[in-house]
Design a protein around this ligand. Structure first.
Ligand code: OVM
Length: 399
């Protein structure tokens, strides 16, 4: 129990509806509190400035992952599922990470690109006759839901469980509130389908899943770890990219001059991806656990404490990005953003995520002269992921 911290105390609830529907004002207030603050409601520390978010993510010995990404220390209080690579530290993490990077690598990306590109073009073509679309239901959801499970080699039936599972996994990184409980309504059924799907015999012979199992065959990881690594792909690889695509469309639809710039120079798509990830980061926040007593700028941070790490806030820190940190600008260097995390655990699937977002963007930019908001977007209510449930867009075909 921490009763007398010298950190500034805040009564802000990072998991309230208000904080979730528009995180930016909250993030600004949190950064202004100082390098570290105490979140009264959840009895944890928080960091929201870029320098300390970066420091904590790279100091994996002081701020460990083995305590879990959620609000409880899973070393004492086990989670709803066995811990993943995300919830591991070296040396366990090292072996699992090596197996995954052996599978998601540049050669694999070259191999995936053709099919991913074709699907992006088909998606673009399917929208040509539509004056108005929903950026989520018509674009951001169907695309990753098609290309990614195919790349993993997942069986076709039951794929409707993927989004609900991702929702469980990520909502559990936040408070045990109504939002989280709602995500677990059909938890048992969804979880059972996912675990079955990770078994070697239920995966195609050529996908990422089979390659993870091949790593187990070579003795790089155990069969239990192989199951967990396939599960990690299915946990982390779907919702995040849906939100990533949706948020990128939102940024561009809200900034018509930037859409024009992209149309004029399609090779800017790569920069649009990272700038959108910075400005509207899909993964906004998660916890680390303090392994040994430490300090943050004079504030004592005791072993066992949880620290809530605000990635989205760090990505808007004016000390890092300047006074216009909140603006979406393709000319800016977004390099150093922490939307994929940083350090040892930095997103291993990021080349796949980047490829998906870039290809969808390019398919649209080559077909549509304008993309504009056609109504108010409806925020997705989620403890830690930032995105839209509905994103009404009007598309104007290029001549
Ligand atoms: C995992 C996992 C799950 C969710 C997110 C994540 C962002 C990893 O199972 O390893 O990383």
């Amino acid at each position: 129990m921490i009763t007398n911290t010298t950190a500034p105390v805040t009564d802000i609830d990072p998991f309230s509806l208000e904080s979730i529907t528009n995180p930016h004002p909250m993030n600004a207030r949190l950064r202004e509190l100082g390098p570290v603050f105490w979140v009264e409601k959840y009895q944890c520390f928080g960091v929201a400035r870029h320098d300390w978010v970066y420091e904590i993510l790279t100091d994996f010995e002081t701020y460990i992952s083995g305590g879990g990404a959620g609000p409880n220390d899973i070393r004492q209080d086990p989670e709803w599922r066995p811990p993943s690579i995300l919830e591991s530290d070296p040396p366990t993490h090292t072996a699992m990470r090596r197996a995954l990077t052996g599978v998601i690598n540049p050669a694999k990306m070259r191999q995936l690109r053709g099919g991913f590109e074709q699907h992006a073009h088909e998606l673009g073509d399917s929208l040509l006759e539509e004056a108005q679309v929903d950026g989520i239901k018509d674009i951001a959801e169907p695309y990753p839901l098609k290309v990614f499970p195919d790349a993993v080699g997942l069986r076709p039936s039951g794929r409707e469980n993927l989004l609900p599972y991702g929702s469980m996994v990520f909502n559990a990184f936040g408070a045990d509130n109504q939002i989280r409980q709602e995500a677990f309504r059909e938890g048992e059924k969804v979880s059972a389908w996912i675990m079955e799907s990770c078994a070697r015999e239920n995966l195609s012979e050529t996908g990422l899943g089979a390659e993870i199992w091949a790593a187990a065959e070579q003795g790089l990881v155990s069969p239990e770890q192989a199951t967990l690594l396939v599960r990690a792909l299915l946990s982390a690889g779907v919702d995040t990219t849906v939100f990533g695509i949706g948020n990128t469309l939102y940024c561009l639809a809200s900034n018509p001059d930037q859409w024009e710039a992209l149309r004029a120079e399609p090779q800017l798509a790569k920069f649009a991806v990272d700038e959108a990830l910075r400005v509207e980061s899909p993964f906004q926040k998660f916890h680390r656990t303090v392994a040994v007593d430490t300090q943050i700028e004079g504030v004592e941070i005791p072993a066992g404490a949880k620290v809530l790490v605000f990635l989205g806030a760090a990505n808007h820190d004016p000390d890092k990005w300047g006074a216009d940190a909140g603006s979406f600008d393709l000319q800016r260097s977004a390099s150093g953003h922490v939307a994929f995390g940083m350090g040892l655990h930095q997103c291993v699937g990021q080349p796949i995520a980047r490829l998906e977002i870039e290809l969808v963007l390019t398919a649209l930019a080559t077909r549509f002269e304008r993309i504009e908001l056609a109504g108010d977007p409806v925020p997705w209510i989620h403890n830690v992921l930032r995105g839209w449930e509905r994103l009404p867009l009007s598309l104007t075909r290029a001549a």
